[in-house]
Design a protein around this ligand. Sequence first.
Ligand code: CUA
Length: 184
Amino acid sequence: MSINPPSNRLWWKEPIHGIELTWIIVAFLWGLFMFFFMIAWHFIGNQNLSTETYRINPDQFVEKVEAFADEFQLLDASGEPVDIGGIPVVSPPAGGDVYMLGRLWEWWPALELKKDQSYRFHLSSADWQHGFSLQPVNINISVHPGYEHILTLTPTETGEYGVVCNEYCGIGHHMMTGIIRVVD
Ligand code: CUA
């Protein structure tokens, strides 16, 4: 027994006030609207990316990326392979498949793409969950081992884009960066 018992013992058992019920309905309808609008964001506002996702064995993906990097390694005027800090720069033919691998703690390889050309961009992880974040355009994709994302990528501006990891992945997370260069 409390010191000041409520006068109405069933104080919680009252009908919902009209205003409160109105707001519950408004919030529910807004939630539904935003839920279905996720589809619309694929078409307007350039927001949600329309990716295809497939299951893949991480080791197989690593093999595919390494074969891709070997085949299209960029060479300098004297025929030497070009790299940035030990990461090979790969220059695939316009319109083709492009691979990028996230692993502890790098985005591999560096890519050189042509402006206004479309590529099939394949993205996965070898080991851990990473976050692909393309800067400064702020495109974000969650990257999991065992799942391959494929999206159509058409760079519209030349320049050097950075890839940072935005999913905490251990001691080297803050150093996990990559490069996509777009040239004419
Ligand atoms: Cu990879 Cu954080």
